[in-house]
Design a protein around this ligand. Structure first.
Ligand code: ACM
Length: 655
């Protein structure tokens, strides 16, 4: 029996096992399992020690449900099906990973490096030996798993991971990453059978590197961490009015001039302008970009580069003003917002942009190239004789029609090279280019219209998917652009609007969060805004809405907060929760909870702001109830000293 056939039997069987429970008994199962012929010698050990015990374990649990339990370390995003058992595989003494082909070896290497962070050094071998206890199998040919799904079995004989493609193996490793526990120096993984695959194909995260620049070390960290939560598309917003960030060899001034601005506006002091007086610059060389693309590929992350046009292009026009309608020289913008200075649809402008896109396509293998298309004031086009003539010549309705013509020309060019365009939802205005994918950001309307018209859509509406918005009360948060998008709003978002008819739902290819960095000067601040909201994004991109569960998600956060801390991510610390019970007219009991396992809780009851000079909360305590209202305030603090905002609870004597 070929390897995949055995796996196919396994998959069908495990999947149906609960339904068979009434008619199956343990002996029948055993007979069934062993009656499968094994001809492939290498498969034998894998089959006998990996799959059969998995089946037996499953059968036992079905027969005796007492042995089945919840996963202790629960996983984000929530897998489609989990069967967990009250036992653990210890992997202290040995870790030998079997991986033969390129995909298996990549997954094995990823797992080896995760295990090394727990002090375990693993071998990777091509063929199973008696020491092998972690088995990767790609090319499983299990239709239901698609390109990114996987099956994971952990039992007394080891760990078995089965997928059709490398991405599935990689995601299984990311699940294992969350399942590993270290308890008194023992490294272990709970027994389980997991079947899993994503809901959406585009699970995106964006980063604006124009408003503020982030070096490749951080870009890699950003990509690495998003891949840990099974996000697979990094939308790299490389150009905008405030800085051009990608080296283009044919047009060197794009970086010598376009990547530099003289200063940056302070907060929102646009008018009158108050700048910080500090020159700002940064760009990525093509060599650096190649390195990042390769790094992302190893994590099954596709990078979709964005080259903005026809608006948000002042940094490029500062370098090459001849491509604007006025031809006047201008400066890289020093403040945020929208500018009238945009590309003019001259033939020479299309040549310029096509030459740029040639270099971009050479660097980025992604089938999608983002061409912007948002926030394009038509002021200059209205005043330009050239544009007005072109509108007539091309029989266009107006300047919106001209924008469509512009985007359509670029689409034609990219399509001729085998690539597809993605654009912000303004590309709908004046008519959508035939093969364009729409990113719906001004709410869901654009996405609904585009999907109903048979265009692919990525949902990224501002009200739920803009991670530059405040995630808590602005009074206590670092300065941000505005809005209010707390964790729950992200979690509650369903990327499939009900206005999209059932037959058109296939056009919603995914969901993405955007990270505009006007008010994020440092990578630390980017992480603060992205985490933990990224965890909620990961779940809505992976899990069917019917399976989502806010309470369950919250219970799965603590393990992940520990991991975020382990990975050195500056996530926003959630405030502790204060609870109290009145015992009698003179006393109440106080409890304070934190969802961050490593954090200490400090509290005050005298009105002062709590800090690490305040009282340390250890466990439930009795406090006396004064005649006046008493305000309990509490914070959490990580071992590195980082503190949350405080939360407050008033306690009042009952009447
Ligand atoms: C956007 O936020 N201007 C797409």
């Amino acid at each position: 029996m070929a390897k995949y056939e055995a796996v196919e039997v396994f998959e069908k069987y495990i999947h149906k096992i609960d339904k068979f429970v009434d008619i199956l008994n343990f002996n029948k199962l055993l007979f069934y399992s062993f009656s499968i012929q094994i001809r492939n010698h290498n498969m034998k050990k894998y089959f006998l020690f990996g799959i059969v015990p998995g089946l037996i374990l499953s059968a036992c649990s079905s027969i005796n449900p007492v042995s089945e339990s919840r996963l202790k370390n629960e996983v984000i995003p929530l897998p489609v099906e989990i069967h967990a058992f009250d036992n653990y595989l210890k992997i202290n003494d040995r870790a030998e990973i079997v991986g033969k082909n390129k995909d298996e070896i990549l997954a094995a290497t990823t797992l080896k490096s995760i295990l090394s962070t727990y002090g375990i050094s693993a071998n990777i071998v091509a063929n199973p030996t008696d020491e092998s206890n972690i088995f990767f199998t790609s090319n499983a040919k299990i239709d239901s798993l698609g390109n990114e799904g996987y099956k994971l079995t952990v039992n007394q004989q080891g760990v078995s991971i089965v997928a059709n493609k490398g991405a599935g193996l990689f995601y299984a490793v990311q699940t294992i990453r969350q399942l590993i526990e270290k308890d008194n120096k023992i490294v272990k993984i709970q027994y389980c059978n997991i079947y899993d695959k994503p809901l959406y194909k585009w699970r995106g995260l964006h980063l604006d590197v124009s408003r503020h620049f982030f070096d490749i070390k951080f870009i890699k960290k950003y990509i690495d961490n998003m891949s840990k939560y099974k996000l697979n598309t990094f939308h790299w917003h490389l150009t905008d009015d405030q800085g051009w960030r990608i080296e283009i060899k044919k047009y060197p001034k794009l970086v010598t001039i376009g990547s530099k601005r003289s200063e940056t506006v302070i907060e929102k002091n646009f008018n009158p302008f108050i700048g910080d007086g500090v020159p700002y610059e940064g760009f990525y060389t093509q060599e650096q970009i190649k390195e990042v693309v390769k790094f992302a590929e190893q994590r099954y992350v596709t990078i979709v580069p964005e080259i903005e046009m026809p608006g948000h292009s002042q940094a490029a026009l500062a370098a090459y003003p001849e491509y604007s309608c006025t031809g006047e020289s201008c400066k890289v913008l020093t403040k945020w917002g929208i500018t009238d200075n945009i590309y003019c649809p001259y033939e020479k402008t299309f040549t310029f942009l096509q030459n740029i896109l040639d270099e971009v396509m050479e660097l980025f293998p992604s089938e999608y190239i983002h061409i912007g298309g948002d926030e394009v004031p038509k002021t200059q086009w209205k005043k330009s004789d050239f544009c007005q003539e072109l509108i007539k010549k091309e029989n266009l309705k107006d300047e919106n029609g001209l924008q469509s013509y512009f985007i359509g020309r670029i689409e034609q060019y990219l399509n001729s090279k085998g690539r597809y365009i993605v654009g912000w939802d303004e590309i709908l205005e004046g008519g959508l280019a035939p093969n364009a994918t729409v990113m719906s950001w001004r709410g869901e309307k654009g996405g609904i219209a585009a999907a109903n018209a048979g265009h692919n859509v990525v949902m990224t509406p501002g009200f739920a998917m803009y991670f530059d918005h405040y995630q808590a009360n602005p009074k206590y948060e670092p300065f941000a652009i505005g809005g209010f998008t707390p964790l729950k709003t992200v979690y509650d978002y369903n990327p499939m609007p009900k206005e999209i008819s059932i037959d058109k739902q296939k056009y919603v290819i995914g969901v993405q969060a955007n990270v505009w960095t006007e008010y994020m000067k440092s990578s630390q601040q980017v992480e603060y805004m992205v985490y933990p909201r990224l965890l909620a994004l990961s779940e809505i991109a992976w899990v069917k809405p019917g399976q989502k569960d806010w309470n369950g998600f919250q219970k799965r956060l603590p393990n992940n907060f520990m991991l975020l801390e382990k990975y050195g991510i500056n996530f926003r610390l959630p405030e502790p929760e204060i609870k109290y019970t009145i015992i009698n007219e003179n006393e109440f009991s106080l409890n304070i909870y934190s969802s961050v396992p490593n954090a200490k809780i400090y509290y005050s009851s005298d009105g002062s702001k709590p800090g690490n000079n305040s009282k340390l909360f250890k466990s439930e305590l009795k406090m006396s109830l004064p005649d006046s209202i008493i305000a309990i305030k509490a914070i959490i603090q990580l071992p590195d000293g980082r503190q949350s905002n405080y939360t407050e609870q008033k306690v009042e004597k009952p009447l």
